[in-house]
Design a binder for this molecule. Structure first.
Ligand code: ADP
Length: 456
């Protein structure tokens, strides 16, 4: 059992690739932490640094109060489970699990007890004498987990352990690993690119992109209060709809305008907008985000929320059984051009996806009203892509280097503005001087005074 502290961790590979930048995270004992993000964002590198398989370029890694940067992997009290579980094919399940302990020269009785206990936890008791080739994919993955369990580590590291399994097995193993975490009551750190795995398993999720942490939060908080456009788009399927928008109206009645639509923002959301005056009627662009499930086509919802209704045309309707997806466009004109030809489908690129009740009567190729649940909309600054809505204490996670970069960008912008202003002022001064010279030429020369004459 252990807590971990990753304190401003950096990884630069010898090739020059900066894989991880300023990774800071305090992991409590018994947490189930998930690192999630697209391929190449630095998840595995971070995990491998914790395991000791990869050198830490800068920063401190502390396990249970002890700095372990230079401690050998085998002495870190951690166990790692990989995507390729690589069992020894000639050994039985029992021997596969016992092998590491034998190498460590543990007493035979101790090994036996640990292997049997792991087999019991994983439901492998009746397979102990089988060879890996006589096991299903899920069973093999369980043996790989068993090999980690018998070591009784303080921390479990799992690197995409389920990605080789088919969808059904993956869903099953997901719950098994969650149960295993409860049973073992140890710290788990799990890497995946699959946001569904992250949402269903993690007590906290670390969303990464390009080596930077984007946000660290509990699954529901990530969904409800994404700190930036990237997190908003990454968590949730189908992904959140994003619209370029502006805010208009008065402080009492704030409207969001996008795609020729104008809808009223409810008071609760207006109250959460940080620095409203920066955006209200200034034309400063925002990104307006609406999750597909927050569009409604039910009559009573529309009647109750008539200030946030938009008109769209349903291009394609996908029935998924439990729900339906509407692929919509904002252009509600007829499909037929003025000259009688059909509009090309290319013009009809989907602009909005709505997830509605499967029992809805809505049909494809019709113009419909959709009302937006304004309590759950999202707003981001278009330039910084950070959320401009306060979210119950959730703050955008901006790494120190990113803050420094922002400050640098701001300083550069100010310097540029200053230089521009100086150039303009110099230009104005030169113009004024030219004008003055011209006027001086035009003016009749005054006769020198008597005094000037004597001076000469
Ligand atoms: P993820 O696990 O999120 O897919 P990785 O941690 O594997 O990402 O990789 C992060 C970045 O580091 C990528 O750009 C990848 O190409 C690079 N990288 C990974 N391993 C090495 C290595 N051994 N040498 C050089 N670059 C590497």
């Amino acid at each position: 059992m252990a807590g971990l502290l990753l304190d401003h961790i950096y990884k630069v590979y010898s090739s020059g690739v900066q894989a991880v930048t300023d990774f800071t995270l305090d992991i409590q004992d018994k947490e189930f932490i998930v690192f999630v993000g697209p391929s190449g964002c630095g998840k595995s590198t971070t995990l491998r640094m914790i395991a000791g398989l990869e050198e830490i370029t800068d920063g401190d890694l502390v396990i249970d109060g002890r700095k372990v940067n230079l401690i050998q992997p085998k002495d870190r009290d951690i166990a790692m489970v990989f995507q390729n579980y690589a069992l020894y094919p000639h050994m039985t399940v029992y021997d596969n699990m016992a092998f590491g302990l034998k190498l460590r020269k543990l007493p035979r009785a101790e090994i036996d007890a640990r292997v049997k206990e792991a087999a019991r936890i994983l439901g492998l008791e009746s397979y102990l004498q089988r060879k890996p080739k006589a096991l299903s994919g899920g069973q093999r993955q369980r043996v790989a987990l068993g090999r980690a369990i018998v070591r009784e580590p303080k921390v479990f590291l799992l690197d995409e352990p389920l990605s080789n399994l088919d969808a059904k097995l993956r869903a099953q193993m997901r719950t098994e690993i969650t149960k295993l975490h409860h049973r073992l009551a140890t710290t788990f750190i799990y890497v995946t690119h699959d946001q569904v795995e992250a949402m269903t398993m993690g007590t906290r999720i670390v969303v990464m992109k390009d080596g930077f942490i984007q946000q660290v939060d509990a699954p529901q908080k990530l969904y409800d209060y994404p700190a930036n456009v990237f997190v908003a788009g990454f968590i949730g399927t189908p992904q959140m709809n994003f619209f370029d928008a502006t805010l208009t109206g008065t402080k009492e009645n704030v409207y969001v305008e996008f795609e020729g639509q104008k809808i009223l923002v409810n008071k609760a959301t207006v109250d959460r907008i940080i620095n409203l005056e920066d955006y209200l009627n200034t034309g400063k662009p925002i990104v307006f985000g609406v999750r597909p499930e927050d569009f409604h086509d039910e009559e009573d919802f529309i009647a109750k929320n008539d200030k946030s209704v938009i008109k769209v045309k349903v291009d394609v309707l996908e029935k998924l059984g439990a729900e339906s997806l509407l692929y919509c466009v904002f252009d509600t004109s007829e499909d037929v051009e003025e000259d009688g030809t059909m509009k090309s489908l290319v013009d009809n690129a989907t602009q909005l996806i709505a997830k509605i009740d499967a029992r809805s009567k809505t049909q494809a190729h019709t113009v419909i009203d959709l009302s937006i649940d304004m309590n759950h909309v999202h707003m981001f600054d278009k330039e910084t892509e950070l959320s401009i809505l306060e979210g119950e204490g959730t703050k955008a996670y901006v790494p120190v280097v990113e803050l420094e970069r922002q400050a640098q960008r701001e300083a550069e912008r100010l310097a540029q503005e200053e230089a521009k202003a100086q150039k303009l002022a110099a230009k104005e001064a030169a113009k004024a001087a030219r004008l003055a010279a011209k006027q001086a030429k035009l003016q009749p020369q005054e006769e020198p005074t008597e005094e000037e004459k004597t001076e000469e």
